[in-house]
Design a protein around this ligand. Structure first.
Ligand code: PBG
Length: 324
């Protein structure tokens, strides 16, 4: 006798497939990373990220309005800092009139309801390209955390809804939370890059911001790709210190971590599909080796299926355009 259960019954038409679909991507799943530069009328291509650009503030305003009109309601802001403003103390990061602070104000003025999250880390401001203050070959933890707390407060004062520390120093979530509370920014949220791995997939991003480390690598602060339990430790510590959202980064190679965290903890989880993941799909598609749109959607869906509540992705706009 044939089996009573024939799984193909639920696959035989698009209508039934859609009816029983377990995971559905929507525009509100996404955070859009934005790269900002000084100048006017600037839309700079990033060679290792085809189709992605750095915008000056005037064009950023336009871009944000476009995103909002597409149903994309959150952005994650990064700035490219001119070399002469970089040092080993993060001085420019604290400038109330700095590019990040102005970018936040510009976005909020153009689109008040857009959720604005800011990157908190020293690497774009560092003459060494490291996420912290450097002494010899060491990246100092506690000294860096002090600057990060001030930096986060400065972003909140500029109007950021959430700050997103991506540096992986220990104890920074608590210090940032305390700084925000003391200054009465009780409503400003923290999205912590909790399980951020020392990954080779960040290369194109470092091109975009000109922020590659000048010496060594980031393995003394970012996590070892081999580790799983450590991700749970990091996430729990960040939640205990006051993180509202935790993040896993990169995406596709770390979906086991996403699922594990999803099963263990209750705060929303963000996943960052990083620059190298974007570049790989673009490159393979350019060669005609992969179907760009199909692979893009499959990966985004996999990220959500693994347990992501929020997906930061350079594909956000293209994916939403395909959703129709
Ligand atoms: C640095 C930072 C990095 C990314 C986000 N924030 C790079 C790094 O750690 O060197 C990578 C994002 C991407 O590759 O898309 N604070």
């Amino acid at each position: 006798m044939y089996p009573l259960r024939r799984h193909r019954r639920l696959r035989q038409s698009q209508a039934i497939r859609h009816l029983v679909r377990e995971t559905i991507l929507t525009p509100s799943d996404f955070l859009v990373p934005l790269f900002v530069v000084e100048g006017k009328g600037v839309q700079e291509a990033i060679p290792s990220m085809p189709g992605y650009f750095r915008y000056s503030l005037d064009l950023l305003e336009k871009e944000v309005k476009t995103l909002w009109s597409m149903g994309l309601c959150g952005v994650l802001v990064f700035v490219k800092v001119p070399d002469h403003l970089k040092d080993n103390a993060g001085t420019e990061a604290l400038n109330p009139k700095g590019l990040m602070q102005r970018a936040v104000q510009t976005i909020k003025a153009a689109c008040p309801e857009m959720l604005v999250m800011t990157d908190v880390a020293l690497d774009p401001y560092s003459s060494y390209g490291h996420d912290g203050i450097v002494e010899g070959t060491e990246i100092l933890n506690d000294e860096t955390v002090e600057v990060l707390a001030e930096m986060a407060l400065s972003h909140a004062q500029a109007g950021a809804d959430f700050v997103a520390p991506s540096d992986m120093m220990d104890g920074r979530i608590l210090s940032i939370r305390e700084a925000l509370e003391e200054a009465d920014y009780t409503h400003t949220g923290i999205m912590s890059y909790s399980a951020k791995y020392a990954s080779a997939f960040y290369g194109p991003f470092r091109d975009a911001l000109d922020s590659a480390p000048g010496f060594g690598d980031k393995k003394t602060y970012q996590m070892d790709s081999a580790n799983r339990f450590e991700a749970l430790e990091e996430a729990q510590a960040d939640i205990d210190e006051g993180a509202d959202i935790i993040m896993v980064k990169p995406g596709i190679c770390y979906l086991d971590i996403v699922r594990e965290l999803k099963n263990e903890i209750d705060v929303p989880i963000a996943v960052y599909q990083v620059s190298g993941e974007y570049a790989m799909i673009k490159a393979a598609a350019e060669k005609g080796w992969l179907d760009h749109d199909a692979v893009m959607m499959e990966q985004l869906l996999a990220i959500k299926r693994a347990g992501a509540n929020i997906i930061a992705s350079y594909f956000a706009k293209e994916a939403v355009a395909l959703m129709g």
